[in-house]
Ligand binder design. Structure first.
Ligand code: GLC
Length: 755
């Protein structure tokens, strides 16, 4: 529809009809029993009101959405189509590795392919908008939603945020443009800085930290063309984001020129009352709309009060018109006025859902996201020798729950378990494996309050015991016997998928106790232990590493988890991941992240800790595994770092002549392999302290055994600049240092002077 026609439509609508375009309700109002992802609501709607609703969430599947859409358009006075939105966080039916895992792949291309595939499945299922990507920077693994993020680095977050938005909106190139879905970046802003690592708390910080660390990914998402932004539950500067005019109007709308749809999070308008910012829902509706919130998700504040607020002059009619027009524009951009079903047919849906291509991509992604944390000894256990007699143990051997708590539209029955993949491999290679779980994965106590509600919805009651279980003696005996009769024991351990995600913050970061008991027993029976770790967050893996010769981190790998993991274990692929987030020595270190500020009393390296320096008296300062860390099945060296010039003049324009950085990379091992070369910059003081180092570029490189290659990076304003209070990148004169290495603990620095 042309803009003029859209404006005519808006002008033909009554105030009530415009207001209800700004109301989003849970899908169960249109049907019962679907995935709702927030607090229960007790609001009822008349039939006439239901017919005016602008959008809903949590419904997918073409048969269902088409039937609802047809009925809705018949009942709406202007036949305005409904928007169907859903949390397609890491895939719809084909679950890809979780975003924290995709962050570890350090590959914008992979992220773009996975989000494009998710967009295809979503559009074919009648969805129009995904509440993704989540671009919250996260430095606290206690926070359950760390699994939805790309990790602790602003540069990587921004790069993958752009790739996600482009992937969701642009399709994967093989399909018509119409198959895209609108992308909604969230949670604006800084929800990942939740105090004490708990959901829904405050996230107070200096405006500079907000600007330099937490905002860059959202800005990049907006620049990439995100259609929507979602306001967050937390407060910034003591004001909840959903009612924060400085954040939503001055920053998002005015400074960033975002004119897309701004949606609240679930009932976050209503929470303005619960947090004492507003005296009642009517005042919350007024504040939220005046801050620029276009759609009220599930609080019913707009449905109940917005019309009266306009009639009584407390909210300008133009505000409602502007918000309603943004919603109509989004529907128009998606082509819904011409074709509310967007060409989707059940035939196309069947073709796209869990397609062979999507499964192959998901399997490849498992390999690129998994991180090899340890592979010790003269004869490392990985990749497994083809003649090795292998016992697969641990509660994740049989599990098909390899996706996250957010993959509410993924059916575990579609997932390939480790056992299924291993048995298929055994058949194809004429091998035999032993399987013995050894213990249950977790128990209701580990899952906390989620266990009841989530269990009812997604699990048979009998899969997870109610009480904290002592180890089941028979299960343990069987696993120990399997270990005694094997050359190598693969132990598949991890958090249950409901131990991370929304509302799943943890105070501890260790594995469930019965799993550690199992690992100890297996280690007593056989020292050749390969631990495969499933998790939605960085964990305290000290004990796992002590008891294992090899440790492979597979995060929550998704639908093709079993196949991808077997590809890695037998060496058909190598773990391509590098940590997107630091793994702490223990929870007492949290928050621990690589791009911290320096101190006037640094702890001396590798010497006994003197008093009166920045150090703990009982644990190390460094994480167990640092950001950017990961091993290959071969080994690499980086040397000969040099610059095209060690000094260059800063021009009046604020920029300087391009500098090249070089390093020589060599495969020092016995098999071909790939590594990730990372370039870090250390900036001089400018307006404020700079982090001790910041990732500014990275490059994957595959080399044959003994092969050596020179690689080159370009250094310009983006690499040396800092985000000033004017929101622009500035370079100052002074001494910069450049390091090129294989993880964030590299100390191979070279100096660059800007004069
Ligand atoms: C939830 C989440 C948000 C999600 C929304 C809709 O509370 O905070 O990420 O998109 O509700 O499900």
């Amino acid at each position: 529809m042309k803009k003029e026609q859209l404006m005519e439509l808006l002008n033909s609508m009554s105030l009530k009809e415009k207001v209800f375009q700004l109301v989003q309700i849970p899908g169960q109002y249109f049907l019962s029993g679907i995935a709702d992802t927030g607090t229960k609501t007790d609001n009822s709607l008349t039939g006439e009101e239901l017919a005016l609703i602008g959008s809903t969430l949590g419904i997918y599947g073409l048969e269902t959405t088409a039937e609802i859409q047809k009925r809705h358009m018949e009942e709406h006075p202007h036949h305005i189509p409904l928007l169907f939105m859903h949390d397609v966080v890491h895939g719809l039916r084909t679950a890809f590795p979780i975003p924290l895992a995709l962050g570890a792949a350090f590959s914008p291309d992979l992220v773009k392919m996975c989000t494009s595939a998710a967009a295809d499945e979503s559009a074919a299922s009648g969805l129009h908008v995904t509440f993704a990507p989540m671009l919250d920077l996260v430095r606290d693994p206690r926070w359950g939603r760390v699994m939805e993020s790309f990790g602790e680095d602003p540069f990587l977050n921004a790069m993958l945020g752009r790739a996600s938005v482009e992937g969701f909106r642009g399709g994967n190139g093989e399909t018509p443009e119409k198959w895209r879905v609108a992308s909604c970046i969230k949670h604006f802003a800084a929800y990942g800085a939740a105090e004490a690592g708990r959901d829904y708390t405050g996230a107070d910080m200096s405006s500079r930290i907000l600007r330099e660390c937490y905002l860059p990914a959202y800005i990049e998402g907006v620049r990439a063309g995100a259609d929507m932004v979602m306001s967050s539950f937390n407060a910034i500067d003591g004001v909840p984001a959903t009612g924060n005019e400085k954040l939503l109007k001055e920053t998002l709308r005015d400074a960033w020129n975002f004119d897309g749809v701004l949606i609240s999070d679930w009932d976050s308008v209503g929470e303005l009352v619960k947090r004492g910012v507003c005296s009642d829902l009517r005042e919350a509706a007024r504040l939220a709309l005046n801050c620029g919130i276009d759609i009220d998700m599930c609080s019913f504040a707009y449905a109940r009060h917005l019309e009266a607020l306009v009639r009584e002059g407390e909210v300008a009619k133009e505000q409602v018109d502007r918000a309603a027009f943004r919603v109509l524009e989004l529907k128009n951009r998606l082509g819904l006025f011409e074709d509310p079903f967007r060409g989707a047919t059940s035939t196309v849906e069947r073709k796209k859902i869990l397609s062979t291509a999507n499964r192959a991509l998901a399997r490849k992604a498992v390999c690129e996201c998994s991180v090899l944390l340890k592979n010790a000894g003269e004869q490392p256990l990985l990749p497994l020798a083809s003649e090795s007699k292998v016992a697969f143990t641990g509660p994740y051997v049989e599990s098909k729950e390899l996706h996250s708590a957010w993959a509410v539209s993924t059916d575990p029955e579609d997932t390939v378990s480790i056992r299924e993949a291993a048995e298929e491999l055994a058949l194809s290679q004429g091998r035999s494996f032993i399987f013995a779980e050894g213990c249950t994965m977790t128990c209701r106590e580990d899952l906390g309050p989620k266990s009841e509600e989530r269990m009812v919805k997604y699990y048979r009651e009998d899969t997870i015991p109610m009480q904290s279980v002592t180890t089941d003696v028979n299960m343990l005996k069987e696993a120990v016997a399997a270990a005694e009769n094997a050359d190598t024991v693969v132990v598949c351990l991890g958090e249950h998928r409901l131990m991370s995600g929304e509302g799943a913050s943890r105070g501890e970061l260790t594995l469930p106790k019965q799993q550690l008991e199992l690992l100890k027993s297996l280690h007593s029976a056989n020292k050749n232990i390969v631990s495969v770790i499933f998790t939605g967050r960085p964990l305290d893996l000290r004990e796992v590493c002590e008891l294992s010769r090899s440790v492979l981190l597979v995060w929550m790998p998704g639908t093709e988890g079993g196949n991808g993991i077997l590809d890695l274990l037998i060496g058909a692929a190598e773990p391509g991941g590098r940590l997107s987030m630091s793994f702490p020595y223990c929870v007492g270190q949290v928050p621990v992240y690589y791009n911290h500020f320096n101190t006037g009393r640094p702890k001396p390296k590798n010497t006994k800790v003197p008093y009166y320096v920045s150090a703990y008296i009982d644990i190390p300062n460094s994480p167990l595994f640092p950001f950017g860390y990961g091993l290959s099945y071969t080994s690499f060296s980086v040397s000969g770092i040099k610059l095209s010039a060690e000094k260059t003049a800063l021009q009046d324009s604020g920029s300087f002549g391009e500098i090249k950085a070089f390093a020589s990379v060599k495969n020092t091992g016995l098999r071909r392999g790939q590594t990730l070369i990372q370039l870090y910059v250390s900036r001089p003081f400018a307006e404020a302290l700079a982090p001790v180092k910041e990732l500014k570029a990275f490059r994957k490189l595959a080399l044959d055994p003994g092969e050596e290659k020179m690689i080159e990076f370009t250094i310009g304003n983006e690499e040396l600049g800092h985000m000033g209070s004017d929101g622009k990148m500035h370079v100052v004169k002074g001494e910069y240092r450049i390091a090129i290495g294989l993880d964030s603990e590299t100390e191979e620095w070279i100096s660059l002077k800007i004069v």
